[in-house]
Design a protein around this ligand. Structure first.
Ligand code: CA
Length: 226
């Protein structure tokens, strides 16, 4: 089950960018553009983590944080444009678990989110490894084992396989796979993904010509099946 992240942020550009990044990292992400709707989604959607902007219309972040804390101990990361110590302390005193000062890199935010989730919920440590059938991925050390034998994957192959294993059965377009492999920082010919897929199949499939895991979805892209 992917963890659900609720992003409460009124700047749509930032909200979309953060959401995409979390989705690529294997999370389910929801967004709310103001305090009151964020608060109500925090109550109805029961997210695993809330990313909460401090400056929000309707109801500001400190108030939202305070209200969420009244009946939930969901981890909260505050986003703040202000770096003043008093704001940071205020955020933490209100019950936020961590804060990130804007501008931030999405990679940093995802790393902080993972750390907060790990602290909040020990079972998330299992998410540091993924196992499906005989395929084992250790996300911390970038290790891959197939039927207990180590397999050397490039960074891109590893990240494609990670996206697949986190989203069994989901159809990925070539573009989506490239973007997730290159952290969104990719432009180019999307057929290059076919080369990566071919190499990946050679490494993980018993019969790469008749793949059992990485299946071609005609006209759409690829999906991973158990
Ligand atoms: Ca804001």
């Amino acid at each position: 089950m992917p963890k659900t992240i609720l992003i409460i942020e009124d700047e749509t550009r930032i909200a979309h960018w953060v959401r995409e990044y979390f989705e690529k990292a294997g999370f389910r992400a929801l967004t709310a553009a103001d305090g009151p709707s964020g608060l109500s989604m925090a109550q109805t959607e029961e997210p695993d983590l809330v990313i909460l902007d401090l400056m929000l219309p309707g109801m500001d972040g400190t108030e939202v944080c305070h209200s969420i804390r009244r009946d939930s101990d969901v981890p909260i990361i505050m986003l703040t444009a202000r770096g003043k110590e008093s704001d940071r302390i205020l955020g933490l005193e209100l019950g936020a678990d961590d804060y990130v000062v804007k501008p931030f890199s999405p990679g940093e935010l995802v790393a902080r989110a993972r750390a907060v989730l790990r602290r909040a919920n020990k079972e998330i440590t299992q998410d540091e490894t993924l196992t499906i059938d005989g395929i084992y991925l250790d996300l911390a050390s970038y290790k891959c084992l197939v039927d207990e034998k180590p397999v050397k994957l490039s960074r891109i192959q590893f990240s494609i396989l990670e996206s697949f294993m986190r989203n069994i059965g989901r159809v990925f377009s070539r573009q989506q796979l490239l973007e997730s492999a290159f952290d969104g920082d990719y432009s180019g010919y999307e057929r290059t993904i076919d080369v990566h897929i071919r190499r990946l199949r050679k490494k993980i499939e018993k019969d790469p010509a008749n793949p059992k895991y990485i299946l071609t979805v005609f006209g759409l892209g690829y999906k991973f099946m158990e």
